[in-house]
Design a protein around this ligand. Structure first.
Ligand code: BES
Ligand code: MN
Ligand code: ZN
Length: 501
């Protein structure tokens, strides 16, 4: 879909569909009032009759409105002005998108950009519109014999901005939103692919494809033999039970000066998590194909950063493997030695994410990182604690945690902090090794982060647990692409030297 910004009066727009906001109770937006005047009160008559009262979710499609040059006028309700906020705005765009899909318009001009959203300017609204339109037009039908695309599709969306001075920054907003959206789609595609296609080898191949012909991106893939040389005993203990070879993928984006310390992103890439010998129960086990969504978010983010041409260095590290039960699989009670030299008693082979991340986190040291952020579908406990609205964040450097939370607010991809207090560490005590890989039933998300914290002492680090946010279950089952938006916003803020606002 093409996106354009324009500034002008609604009655002058020659378009297939003009989109006008209506709020409760029965109030036309400024653009709506102009169309009303041009049409001798047609819109206010319709509203008075009660066909459109401005409720959120309500739409009304009108044809041949007199005084307007548009083929159609679409009225979109958004509720009361005082309940308008970021989520409500995004929901209104979703409503608009659905109504447009049901119309015959292949092009449209929206004035929903004049809806007042507290604390948000026109650039935020343009970006949110583009991102939501792309999100709602996403479909994954690569593996269906009949493709879902039917009838006319929207090819172009024009967004109105208040003045001509907003055009240049509006265009910039669009470029950013399009890049981030492509990153999100890429992460969703990788997540949605089944584990018989999306293997560690497949992910490595996609990473290499991403770097093809790109001067600023370098990709390096370590094989199991390389990992053995690096003494990554913990990572290798997870892949021991799988016929698919594990890979350790590194993507280096060098948009900054050679000496600039990189932001390092480490993404959990378990392409299928059966639990291993501590095997999972059968219900919804198919969803464990999404256990590589952390890895997918790293690839999606690097793609977006590259498209935006950001002057910064970013390294993506992806440990990727299956977690399978097998004659050679690791068994409960087995003890392994991690790359850091610390020994781990594996009391539960289903706590495998931390076992591959810890070696990847030790490996990250060699990049002399400015920050390290790991992203992982790490614990079911995270869903119990926070549900599926925010991802959890924990870390060893408060300013980093705060900046991540702030980035999430800016782009509506929320985080909530859990405490990483020392008192929790003792839950990881082992009678036989330096630590156990599980910390019991209490505070599962925190003890998982405690485990990782033992491998991240040499740099500033934050951990994102995306178990509740990386995919949706039920009828809308599918990967969400989160937290690509948050990571992109964080990196954009790093470039702009902007901390929280
Ligand atoms: N990939 C899972 C976490 C998960 C489970 C994410 C369900 C989303 C939905 C992870 O590898 C895992 O199995 N974690 C265990 C840890 C436990 C054994 C300490 C869990 O959460 O049960
Ligand atoms: Mn597991
Ligand atoms: Zn897992």
């Amino acid at each position: 879909m093409d996106f354009i910004v324009k500034s002008g009066n609604p009655e002058k727009q020659r378009t297939a569909c003009l989109i006008i906001a209506v709020s409760q109770p029965r109030k036309l937006s400024r653009a709506g009032e102009r169309i009303d005047k041009a049409s001798n009160g047609l819109l206010s008559t319709i509203i008075r009759r009660g066909d459109m009262d401005g409720r959120s979710g309500q739409t009304l499609l009108l044809h041949n409105v007199p005084g307007s040059l548009a083929d159609r006028v679409l009225l979109v309700g958004y509720g009361k002005d005082k309940s308008m906020n970021e989520q409500a705005f995004i929901k209104t765009i979703e409503t608009m998108s659905t109504a447009l899909k049901n119309s015959g318009a292949s092009e449209a001009h929206t004035y929903l950009t004049d809806i007042p959203v507290k604390g948000r300017n026109i650039l935020w609204k343009v970006r949110a519109t583009v991102m939501q339109m792309n999100n709602s037009h996403y479909h994954f039908d690569a593996l269906k014999s009949e493709k879902s695309e039917k009838g006319k599709v929207l090819r172009k969306l024009i967004m109105n901005v208040p003045g001509r001075r907003d055009l240049a920054t509006g265009e910039e907003s669009i470029l950013q939103a399009v890049a981030i959206s492509a990153g999100i789609s890429m992460a969703r595609d990788l997540g949605n692919l089944p584990s018989n296609i999306c293997t560690p080898t497949y992910i490595a191949k996609q990473a290499r494809l991403l770097a093809k012909g790109q001067k600023l991106l370098k990709v390096d893939v370590l094989e199991e033999a390389d990992m053995r040389k690096l003494k990554m005993g913990s990572l290798l203990s997870v892949s021991a039970g799988s016929r698919q070879p594990a890979k350790l993928i590194t993507l280096e984006y060098k948009g900054g000066k050679p000496k600039d310390q990189p932001v390092v992103l480490v993404g959990k890439g378990v392409t299928f998590d059966t639990g291993g010998i501590s095997i999972k129960p059968g219900a919804a086990m198919d969803e464990m194909k999404f256990d590589m969504c952390g890895a997918a978010s790293v690839i999606g983010t690097i793609n977006a950063v590259m498209t935006m041409n950001l002057p910064i260095n970013v390294v993506g590290i992806i440990p990727t493997t299956e977690n399978m039960p097998d004659g050679l699989a690791t068994k409960p009670g087995d003890i392994v030695t991690s790359m850091s030299g610390q020994t781990i008693e594996i009391l539960n082979t289903d706590a495998e994410g931390r076992l591959i991340l810890c070696d990847a986190l030790s490996y990250a040291e060699k990049f002399k990182p400015r920050f390290v952020i790991d992203i992982a579908t790490l614990t079911g406990a995270c869903i119990i604690a926070l549900g599926k609205i925010p991802s959890a964040v924990l870390g060893n450097h408060q300013p980093l945690v705060k900046d991540l939370i702030q980035s999430g607010k800016q782009i509506e991809d929320k985080l909530w902090e859990l405490p990483l207090w020392d008192e929790y560490q003792e839950q990881l005590n082992s009678n036989f090794a330096d630590m156990a890989n599980i910390g019991g039933r209490d505070a599962g998300t925190i003890t998982a982060a405690c485990f990782l914290s033992r491998f991240t002492k040499k740099y500033k680090w934050a951990h994102l647990d995306i178990a509740g946010t990386a995919w949706k279950s039920g009828d809308a089952k599918g990967a969400t692409g989160r937290p690509v938006p948050l990571l992109c916003q964080f990196i954009i803020n790093q470039v702009q030297g902007r901390r929280g606002q």
